[in-house]
Ligand binder design. Structure first.
Ligand code: FAD
Length: 403
């Protein structure tokens, strides 16, 4: 543990974005980098959906943080609790203050289970789970296996969340399992979505609607769950398109809930926050990822204000941009710095062996990595990429700054 309190670059967060960016900065010769990260464990969250679907073991989704921390970075095992970009410093929970010439802000997103009355009390108990928590993803699978009839509810909350496809992927995995077990026709599946469509990119919405039809899923569009009564297994659903309409009451026998999300409170309350958006993400330019008021600060990943789909896939394209923009600003890279086009990818798993690999940019238009393949349909090969290819690429290349 370093005792130094001033670094050339301070990276806050050793998750997907922080480790990838630090590894890349070191590769291009940037020195004196510290990573502030309190956790002893690093998670590969994209596989939590498959843990919930009973296809992957929970233990395969994590590694010791020490194993992914770049050797040449100083690991400060603490939590940032405040940011003061006027004095180029972060306050840490143990009372230390760490200052920087350059900062990369990457503490991820905050899960706000408390923003839906009753949800925080209900989640993890009885028949309620959430793949958004490492500890609860296996419970999703236990609950899916135990359900043989009744009503199953899945929701996506209002506002930006990480992996906007995850709330519906688990509905498809559950339905696929129930179909294979011969009980699907005894289970009413309700998917509550805040938007007017199944997915924001029309090219992928079309095949998804066929999946919804195949599993006979009732989709409540422009709707959100506004309360959960865990002990009585009931929810209230609000119609956002007709807010004066009475709330719909529904009871459930299985529920998978995704919580509303925002920037971490300490970011939201700092001068780094986007004041125009109550979610309070770090306000950066959507193409350069550089802070709009503090040019020596960059944000990457879920904590940034960029309007892309918040995914690890987006970070893979954002990290080279942050490195290029930062080293350009440092004066150690000449030429035009790279720009981020909003690329994100959402592997929409639709069954135990099929996936629609949705890749798109800000426009939003499809940006397939394999343009020769028809990506607007469920594919076995893309399921294999999701299940095996992407995790291998993540651990062996991306976190080392190689992909
Ligand atoms: P994280 O990876 O969450 O890392 C944040 C890090 O910051 C953590 O290590 C944390 O300990 C640390 N931290 C937090 N607070 C502080 C603090 N105050 N000070 C210092 N450190 C702090 N993405 C895909 O690309 N494809 C998918 O299929 C996919 N599926 C998903 C399914 C689920 C169920 C979930 C939950 C996510 C999924 N994602 C997927 C999204 C992806 O995992 C995230 O977008 C990505 O991990 C974000 O990276 P990040 O570095 O911004 O945040």
């Amino acid at each position: 543990m370093t005792e130094k309190n001033k670094f050339n670059v301070v990276v806050v967060g050793g998750g997907t974005a922080g480790i990838t960016t630090a590894a890349r900065l070191l590769r291009v010769g940037v020195k004196d980098i510290a990573i502030v990260e309190p956790s002893e464990v690093h998670y590969y969250q994209p596989l939590w959906t498959l843990v919930g679907g009973g296809l992957v073991k929970q233990s395969t989704t994590l590694r010791a943080m020490a194993k992914v921390m770049p050797d040449k970075a100083a690991w400060i095992k603490d939590r940032a609790i405040g940011a003061d970009p006027e004095s180029n410093s972060f306050a840490l929970a143990n009372g230390r203050e760490i200052s920087y010439d350059w900062a990369v802000v990457a503490p991820g997103i905050q899960l706000n289970f408390n923003k839906i009355p009753g949800l925080e009390e209900a989640v993890g108990k009885d028949v309620v789970s959430s793949n958004y928590r490492f500890d609860l993803a296996p419970k999703t699978w236990e609950n899916i296996k135990a359900t043989t009839s009744g009503t199953a509810i899945f929701n996506m909350p209002t506002g930006a969340i990480k992996c906007a496809g995850a709330p519906q992927k688990i509905a498809y995995l559950a339905a696929d399992y129930w179909q294979r077990k011969g009980v699907l026709d005894k289970i009413r599946i309700v998917l509550v979505l805040p938007g007017p469509g199944i997915f924001g990119v029309p090219e992928f919405a079309k095949p998804l609607l066929e999946v919804v039809k195949r599993y006979n899923i009732e989709v409540r569009y422009s709707s959100e769950i506004v309360s959960v009564d865990g002990p009585n297994r009931r929810v209230q659903i609000k119609n956002l398109a007709n807010p004066d309409a009475p709330l719909e009451e529904m009871s459930y026998d299985f529920a998978h809930f995704v919580p509303p999300q925002s920037a971490p409170d300490w970011i939201r309350e700092s001068k780094l926050a986007d004041t125009a958006n109550p979610a309070g993400y770090v306000e950066v330019d959507k193409n350069s990822l550089q802070h709009v008021r503090y040019p020596n600060v960059f944000a990457i990943g879920d904590a940034g204000s960029t309007p892309n789909s918040k995914t690890g896939a987006a970070i893979r394209k954002q990290a080279p941009v942050v490195v290029s923009q930062m080293t350009y600003a440092m004066g150690i890279q000449s030429g035009k710095p790279k720009q981020y086009d909003g690329y994100a990818s959402c592997p929409l798993v639709t069954s135990h062996n099929r996936c629609i690999m949705a890749e798109f940019d800000y426009k939003p238009q499809p940006t397939p990595t394999f343009p020769v393949l028809n990506m607007q349909k469920e594919r076995w090969d893309m399921f294999m990429v999701k299940r095996y290819g992407l995790p291998a690429m993540y651990w062996n290349a991306m976190l080392k700054g190689l992909a």
